[in-house]
Write a protein that binds this ligand. Structure first.
Ligand code: SAM
Length: 188
């Protein structure tokens, strides 16, 4: 099934709420008043948490079902864009946040997105599934991420690593405890 069709169906039936452990972890590096773009925001579970912490939030997702539901919440310091994150342009943000996005998209889209982040955002926060974990049987697109290749790419783009961890136990999800990459970096 094409990835977008999968997400349209999935968010019509599911809408997870409550911040992920990674979002809570990121708050140690963020302060109220910063602008954050949540890339592939899905149900907005982390974006709504950031908004409650006083960050000015923009959520981007290409899934109409998710974005239209989030827009109806009318959160004061949050706006939403229904768009492919590989085709972003426009204004800068203090922070780009991408949880469980990179493994949901092909590498050429990841490259376009990370280049955009390097040109438009100072801080970048990424959580993604590592290729050191098992490959679960799935009915939708998934590309496990090699941390060495990702870190080399981020370094070439000018990011300095503030946090890097790769292990299980970081964010158990739907009865599974996958090996994840948690990474936070800044550009000078
Ligand atoms: C695994 S979900 C993660 C959602 C959310 N970040 C979270 O942690 O709960 C992946 C999300 O990325 C979105 N997505 C995947 N590829 C995308 C793309 N190229 N452009 C915009 N959104 C995309 C999907 O629609 C879905 O909402």
């Amino acid at each position: 099934m094409p990835a977008l069709e999968h997400w349209e169906r999935w968010y019509e039936r599911n809408f997870p709420s409550g911040p992920s452990p990674f979002a809570r972890r990121c708050m140690a590096y963020l302060v109220a008043g910063l602008s954050v773009i949540s890339l592939g925001c899905g149900s907005g579970r982390d974006l709504l948490f950031f908004a409650r912490q006083g960050l000015n939030c923009t959520g981007v997702d290409y899934c109409k079902a998710a974005v239209s539901r989030l827009r109806k919440l009318r959160v004061e310091n949050a706006e939403f864009i229904c768009q492919d994150v590989a085709e972003l342009n426009g204004q800068p943000y203090d922070v780009a946040y991408a949880r469980f996005l990179l493994h949901s998209m092909p590498e050429e889209k990841e490259d376009a997105l990370l280049s955009w982040c390097a040109a438009h955002c100072r801080t970048l926060c990424i959580e993604a599934r590592s290729d050191r974990g098992a490959v679960p049987d799935r009915d939708h697109y998934r590309r496990l991420i090699n941390s060495g290749a990702l870190l080399a790419k981020l370094s070439r783009l000018g990011f300095t690593t503030l946090l890097f961890e790769e292990r299980d136990g970081l964010s158990p999800v739907e009865g599974e405890d996958p090996v994840l990459i948690d990474w936070i970096g800044v550009r000078a």
